[in-house]
Design a protein around this ligand. Structure first.
Ligand code: AMP
Length: 121
């Protein structure tokens, strides 16, 4: 797929509108267009990485920043005490729809104590 057609890349380039809630040199975060909970934010690196399979040692600082900013956003959104979930989907069995590494920050309601809703196998 041509990266120019990538939705998240186009949000970064201001070609697609999004409600940006955080931006710095390394990271951008915006509201998910189809929220699964009262708080549902997508956090992406400003450099293109297809998914978590495509990271290497040079990305360690960036990944640490992504987690640090996720926790700051959770605090800013006041879900840090009630609780929240960080999700990184990778490839089709996890349901990754957009080929651009991203963290879902989801909270604001009880999410259940299971890590996925897949059927028993
Ligand atoms: P994933 O299944 O992990 O690839 O998640 C992709 C997420 O991107 C889904 O939760 C979508 O609702 C969200 N999404 C798709 N298009 C947009 C958009 N234009 N702005 C914000 N979020 C989007």
């Amino acid at each position: 797929m041509n990266i120019d057609n990538n939705i998240f890349k186009n949000i970064l380039n201001n070609k697609i509108k999004a409600n940006i809630i955080y931006k710095d040199k390394y990271i951008t975060a915006f509201d998910d267009i189809n929220p699964k909970a009262p708080v549902h934010i997508i956090l992406i690196p400003n450099i293109y990485i297809k998914n978590i399979n495509h990271i290497d040692k040079s990305n360690i600082y960036l990944l640490g920043k992504m987690l640090l900013v996720s926790s700051k956003i959770a605090k800013f959104k006041n879900i840090n005490k009630s609780g929240y979930r960080l999700i990184i989907n990778c490839n089709k069995d996890a349901g990754q729809e957009i080929n651009y590494l991203h963290i879902h920050i989801i909270g604001g309601k009880y999410l259940g104590n299971i890590i996925c809703n897949c059927n028993k196998i």
